[in-house]
Ligand binder design. Sequence first.
Ligand code: NAD
Ligand code: GLY
Length: 361
Amino acid sequence: MTSKTLHVDLGDRSYPIHIGPDLMTDSELLQTRIRGQQVMIVTNETIAPLYLAKMEQALVGKTVATVVLPDGEKFKNLETLNLVFDALLQQRFNRTVTLVALGGGVVGDMTGFAAACYQRGVDFVQVPTTLLSQVDSSVGGKTGVNHPQGKNMIGAFYQPRSVLIDTNTLRSLPDREFAAGMAEVIKYGLIADADFFAWLEANVSALMARDEDALQHAIAVSCETKAWVVAQDEREGGIRAILNLGHTFGHAIETATQYTSYLHGEAVAVGMLMAMDLSHRMGAVTLDDCQRTQRLIEACGLPTKSPEGMNIDQFMTLMSVDKKVLDGSLRLVLLEKLGKAYVGNEFSADALQDTLGAFCH
Ligand code: NAD
Ligand code: GLY
């Protein structure tokens, strides 16, 4: 199978996204976007035994060092970030160093932020290894770490020099993590591309069986849509917010359950159904489209209800502190129709209560 290259158009900070099997070993593809001699691979203890040797091989000829971080969202903090700075300084790496993020969204977000900060900014390359990071977090330049008072609260917009998506890495991804990534893939159909949504419905079995061709297509269309949105609105002053479909509801679920119940993608899956339900109650989106989405989400093995024990009051309290509350009114990503999203506050309090009630047990 041939690989595919897309572009994120951001003027002099534009970069390619390469998608295909075995790209991690394509030394030329990787090295053309690395300007200096020094390279620091940032990865974690789960991914290192699987892919570090391959990555090192692809970097032959460079001066390569590695820092292996502990695995998990709970380590996405300033303390762990410091391990990257410690390693860079220990190697005496200077401003010409390139950081290579080898891992999922946690590694990618932290590596990008380390690159933004080290000696006031050095290059970095994304080599995402989860479906979620391949279709979402590795593209667009949102980088950062969590603070005890909030997720992703410390960070920077900082674009990579390239994104290298080796679809073979998905073979080792646990089923639950794969399904969580599918939620973000479905998101692109819902917000911007009804034809892609229909393609997903027709090909969900192939995707869940991790068919190479189907996966490469789904990842490419997802990245294309993300690149199109980011090119218009890099710093989320407007349209980029549609990428957060279902995320306000999803964040409430994650916070209420202290990140122990649903993975991010699972919470987003439920959140997207809630956003569609609310859109339907307000006279947009047909009931048929809500049901089609529910069937697709179920076919991916994703949840369709909030976790046991969550109630309407909890949702209301947690959603009111969400980042999208502007001037006291809750703004949500809603659908005008399947394939077209917008951000607004034109929904009635009663409709919101009804939606919350419908998704609580
Ligand atoms: P993750 O990085 O925690 O990876 C999930 C698990 O899979 C980890 O245990 C990881 O070690 C393991 N893993 C990764 N690749 C593997 C592989 N190929 N084989 C086997 N195991 C593998 O989670 P994620 O879902 O990739 O990313 C979630 C993070 O992404 C969150 O911190 C979230 O805030 C962030 N995020 C950022 C953006 C953005 O725009 N920057 C967008 C969405 C999410
Ligand atoms: N994941 C949302 C964004 O990149 O804006």
